[in-house]
Ligand binder design. Structure first.
Ligand code: CO
Length: 176
């Protein structure tokens, strides 16, 4: 997983055309599978493609974080949040690209989303609670936004030392 401040985390992410989903090789499906492996190995609950250096609009998550509960695995291709609840709540988040730190982030309690599955089939869903939070976090990655951008000044101040360590460890090029 690429660590902050790797430039791939801030780069634009391309829509995935239907040909890439249905074409020979099923590249995207292979990438999604590998992303789950990486996610479980690093004890995450979600991962966005730019975090593994692939600047495409693809994200995976399993809110249980448990590979045995594979029924809860969700893959979203070209996801879009079409409605955010006005009601918001704060909760602590972390991110695989920011090891050993966390902070409180305000998110909408529920969201309505549109996305495609691995076959390009369109779906519409409503998520609430923990799943809505994971979705909003991963969706941010697809827009080059990371959760530290949403910390309060105080939350940011609390992680500043860790952030500076990340920058000195990984520099502008980051590392795998
Ligand atoms: Co993240």
């Amino acid at each position: 997983v690429l660590k902050y401040p790797h430039p791939a985390l801030r780069a634009p992410n391309e829509e995935i055309p239907l040909e890439e989903l249905t074409g020979p090789g099923c590249e995207i499906s292979k990438i999604a599978k590998e992303m789950f492996l990486v996610m479980y190995a690093t004890k995450g609950v979600g991962l966005a493609a730019p975090q593994v250096g692939i600047n495409k609009r693809l994200m995976v998550y399993n809110e249980s974080g448990d590979s045995k509960k594979w029924m809860q695995e969700t893959i979203m291709v070209n996801p879009k949040i079409v409605e955010f609840s006005e009601a918001k709540e704060w909760d602590e988040e972390g991110c695989l690209s920011f090891p050993e730190m966390g902070g409180d982030v305000e998110r909408s309690k529920w969201i309505k989303v549109e996305a495609q599955n691995l076959k390009g089939k369109k779906m519409k869903k409503k998520f609430k609670g923990w799943e809505a939070r994971i979705f909003q976090h991963e969706y941010d990655h697809l827009d080059g936004t990371v959760y530290i951008d949403r910390l309060t000044d105080q939350g940011r101040a609390e992680v500043q030392v860790t952030l500076e360590e990340l920058i000195s460890n990984y520099g502008d090029g980051g590392a795998l």
